[in-house]
Design a protein around this ligand. Structure first.
Ligand code: SAM
Length: 213
């Protein structure tokens, strides 16, 4: 994700507490109260500029969505989309995925989305991939029993290593597409990266995998 310095981003994020959660540690175990309903909670880790999570929240008002993004200069664009959409089933958090266990209680999340995660192609950086075993342990902890990870990328190497990681962890692979846009999958909401790379002719890989109980 290309970074532009946006010194005003922090203040803007702080000005919209109805969308941007300032103290996510205080929300642990209280997300249904925060959303003021008992709807399922789906999170996207590495949400970028928010096109996917906002599109999903608009398309699925009976689900609560939370976008997690570490860069404030990027998530501020997601905030713009949330303000424009004017919806109550979307929250954003400017935090690192590494802290997930501090933000969610065991079993509090119903689904995890990972879209076009940074590939970290070098072997010595494999631990930084959001599909590495240590991240899967965190997702399993915060997800409901048999919770799912839905994953999209245009990066073949990341896709293959992630499928291996899911499988090595003992997860059940329930859906795999090697060319999502030519498949019969319905209801796809494109991310910014997906738009960019599919325009360049890259196939989009997609998987759904489920933790076993
Ligand atoms: N999902 C978006 C899309 O498909 O257009 C953005 C993809 S971009 C390649 C990956 C995003 O993940 C970046 O914005 C990056 O800052 C964010 N990211 C990477 N590692 C993260 C982490 N550990 N916690 C939270 N966000 C992370």
């Amino acid at each position: 994700m290309r970074l532009r310095n946006k010194p005003w981003a922090k203040d803007k994020l702080a000005a919209y507490p109805q969308y941007v959660i300032a103290n996510p540690e205080e929300c642990k175990g209280k997300w249904h109260t925060i959303f003021n309903n008992q709807q399922p909670i789906y999170i996207e880790v590495g949400t970028g500029k928010g096109q996917f999570i906002t599109g999903m929240a608009k398309a699925h008002p009976s689900i609560n969505f939370i976008g997690i993004e570490l860069q404030e200069s990027v998530i501020v664009s997601a905030l713009d989309l949330a303000i424009e959409a004017d919806i109550s089933n979307l929250k954003l958090m400017n935090v690192k995925a590494e802290g997930l266990l501090n933000f969610f209680e065991e079993g509090e999340v119903d689904r995890v989305y990972l879209n076009f995660s940074d590939p970290w192609p070098k072997k010595r950086h494999a631990k930084r991939r959001l599909t590495f075993r240590t991240f899967l342990e965190m997702y399993e902890n915060i997800l409901v029993d048999q919770g799912e990870i839905h994953f999209k990328t245009d990066n073949r190497g990341l896709f293959e290593s992630s499928l291996m990681s899911f499988s090595d962890y003992g997860m059940l692979l329930t859906y795999v597409s090697l060319d999502l846009h030519k498949s019969d999958f319905k209801g796809n909401i494109m991310t910014e990266y997906e738009e960019k790379f599919s325009k360049l002719g890259h196939p989009i890989y997609r998987s759904e995998s489920r933790f076993k109980t």
